[in-house]
Design a protein. Structure first.
Length: 181
């Protein structure tokens, strides 16, 4: 993929995961009705914007924290999402990331939110799971020390980052001194 050559140079390193997810009684197939749903582990899943009703499924599946990376005016955004999530007994973090201009400050806030909720079952979303896929990829590579070759296929399942997002990935990796930059 153009622009990803520096990423392939990362060497494998062992990384720690999030905590073990709890087993709950929701049919996992119901979660796949959420736009671009992707389960990354027993304790982390990502997706595009859920509906209000789908947040009940997310809670029933045992997720304890929801992190929203979409802007408040993104397609399908729920005006009262924080209330919906909290009324389902989940914690809520909103880190609005501008699609056209993601910033290193955004990724640092995201890293801090994931670190704060480590050990919990975490659901991360944005409008279409594109910025979420990139942010989770960067967390896995930078903070969890997973090889890029292990983390990148989960991004590609959702989308192929365009030049803007490829540049952002490379900028963040360079900022964290990862790869051959």
């Amino acid at each position: 993929m153009p622009g990803f050559a520096p990423l392939a140079a990362l060497s494998p390193q062992a990384g720690a995961g999030w905590g073990e997810g709890e087993n709950h009684s929701v049919d996992p197939e119901k979660l796949h009705t959420i736009n671009n749903f992707l389960a990354l582990s027993d304790s982390m899943a990502t997706a595009g914007q859920p509906t209000a009703e789908q947040f009940a499924l997310i809670a029933a599946a045992g997720f304890q924290t929801v992190i929203n990376l979409a802007m408040g005016d993104s397609d399908g955004a729920l005006e009262d999402e924080a209330h919906i999530v909290r009324s389902s007994n989940m914690q809520y973090e909103h880190i609005p990331v501008t699609w056209e201009a993601p910033r290193i400050a955004d990724i640092e806030k995201f890293f801090a939110a994931l670190d704060k909720h480590q050990g919990q079952k975490i659901f991360v979303h944005c409008a279409a799971n594109k910025r979420t896929a990139v942010f989770v990829f960067l967390y896995r590579v930078i903070k969890m020390r997973q090889p890029c070759t292990d983390a990148l296929p989960d991004v590609i399942k959702i989308w192929t980052p365009d030049a803007r997002w490829t540049n952002f990935i490379e900028q963040v990796l360079h900022h964290h001194k990862i790869g051959n930059h």
